[in-house]
Design a protein around this ligand. Structure first.
Ligand code: HEM
Length: 406
């Protein structure tokens, strides 16, 4: 189950303030100075209410990769109620269920499949840019960064274009849950959207069962019919893949273009040599990670960077801070698309839960940044970007830009 309310719990613990006020907490616009202050306290800090954060590269990396840690509390501890919001399949399961379900989803991201997706991604990218160029002034998020990954994940799963609008509406309603639940009515909206999504996926699964295609849902339905996963597991897995596709790559593109345009000389380098796009993607992931934090529970007694941990200890791992640790990355606040070790970032997590969609996200990011640099070399901001009110996911809601004179 989704460990939602993470961001809020952490903020609450850091300040002792009321969660609803913290939704607009000022540091969210730029968390990096806060992270720097936390790192100055050492690898870990514990708040007044006993909430622990990990903020150095070594500490975060050890927690994400270590076999001593899991995404759920060690059995038989029940998960506290505030963590039980939305079942997101194997993202929120430990072995052995995690291993079994992840293995079933893995073929969707195989190198063969990736090669097939490239053409589709390029086509969608250029269609979106054709429309944007026709207008010259457009919103980078609404007109490009959001529709591209949504179209890609929908086609990958097998959602028909005719259903796009409905999936987008529901996907956004549920996507907000990744960042925590603000109120009882918010929780109700998430539950309703999740139920609606189950109905849509249920219909799609029935169609694919009768008439299988070359898409991920058809493959998973066959696995489910063969007994490899239950119908409920199948539904939550589709939900996870849809949401992961909705809430992450959009921010790789949005945060990336913002960083590039704010560091104009880096944008010019990319325009001069669009072949730098893969490196630019890694540096964007390091510099302004779309997923800023995740959590781990200690399962066995262990010590991390001198800090003893007992089974049941819970830690918020600040990925965004680890990526700016000066002990790991030289001059970490400098944005440099040719940085050699940028890809050592922890933005895709690590260990057993390493992002399954990383090859897809990298491919989409590379195609998007390259196409923008090639086709819109004079791209520049035409207004101030607006930020979504989220903490775990670092996300813009709008970014007015202009393609400039062509
Ligand atoms: C897991 C980040 C794109 C599918 C994760 C985790 C992170 C992450 C940090 C692990 C969380 C943890 O360890 O607790 C990102 C970022 C992306 C991205 C930054 C884009 C830039 C995608 C895409 C997909 C995807 C496009 C595919 C639809 C998944 C799945 C998991 C996952 C299925 C669960 C893996 C597991 O638990 O074994 N992602 N992700 N991600 N991601 Fe991504």
């Amino acid at each position: 189950r989704l460990r939602a309310a993470h961001g809020l719990s952490w903020l609450t613990a850091q300040t002792g303030d009321h969660p609803s006020r913290l939704l607009h907490y000022p540091w969210r616009d730029n968390p990096y100075p806060t992270y720097r202050r936390l790192r100055a306290q050492g690898p870990f800090a514990t708040s007044r209410l006993g909430f622990r954060t990990a903020h150095t590269y070594e500490a975060v990396s050890t927690l994400l990769r270590g076999r001593e840690f899991g995404v759920r509390p060690p059995t038989p501890t029940p998960l506290p109620e505030q963590f039980e919001v939305l079942d997101l399949s194997f993202l929120v399961l430990d072995a052995p269920d995690h291993t079994r379900l992840r293995a079933l989803a893995r073929p969707a991201f195989s190198p063969r499949r990736m090669a097939g997706y490239r053409t589709e991604i390029e086509k969608t990218t250029h269609e979106l840019l054709d429309a944007a160029l026709a207008r010259r002034d457009f919103d980078l998020m609404r007109d490009f960064a959001q529709p591209l990954p949504i179209a890609v994940i929908s086609r990958l799963l097998g959602v028909p274009e005719a259903d796009d609008e409905q999936f987008v509406r529901i996907g956004y309603a549920i996507g907000g849950a990744l960042d925590g639940v603000r109120s009882a009515s918010h929780l109700r909206r998430i539950d309703e959207a999740a139920a609606e999504l189950d109905v849509l996926f249920g219909r799609l699964m029935a169609e694919r069962r009768a008439d299988p295609r070359e898409d991920v849902i058809s493959a998973l339905v066959a696995e489910s019919d063969g007994g490899a996963l239950t119908p409920a597991e199948l539904r939550t897995m589709c939900r996870l893949l849809l949401l992961a596709g909705f809430e992450t790559t959009v921010n790789l593109i949005g945060n990336g273009v913002m960083a590039l345009l704010r560091h104009r000389e880096q944008w010019e380098r990319l325009v001069d040599d669009p072949g730098l796009a893969p490196g630019a993607v890694e540096e964007v992931l390091r510099f302004d990670s779309p997923v800023q934090m995740t959590t781990r529970w200690a399962h066995t007694e262990t010590t991390v960077q001198g800090r003893p941990m007992r089974p049941g200890d819970y830690t918020m791992c600040l990925i965004g801070s680890a990526n700016r640790d000066p002990d790991r990355f030289s001059d970490p606040d400098r944005f440099d698309i040719t940085r050699e070790d940028a890809s050592d970032h922890l933005s895709f997590s690590g260990g057993a839960h390493y992002c399954l969609g990383a090859p897809l996200a990298r491919l989409e990011g590379e195609i998007a940044l390259r196409a923008l640099a090639e086709r819109l070399p004079r791209l520049r901001p035409a207004g101030t970007p607006t930020r979504r009110g989220t903490t775990v996911v670092r996300s813009l809601s709008g970014f007015p830009v202009t393609a400039g004179s062509l």
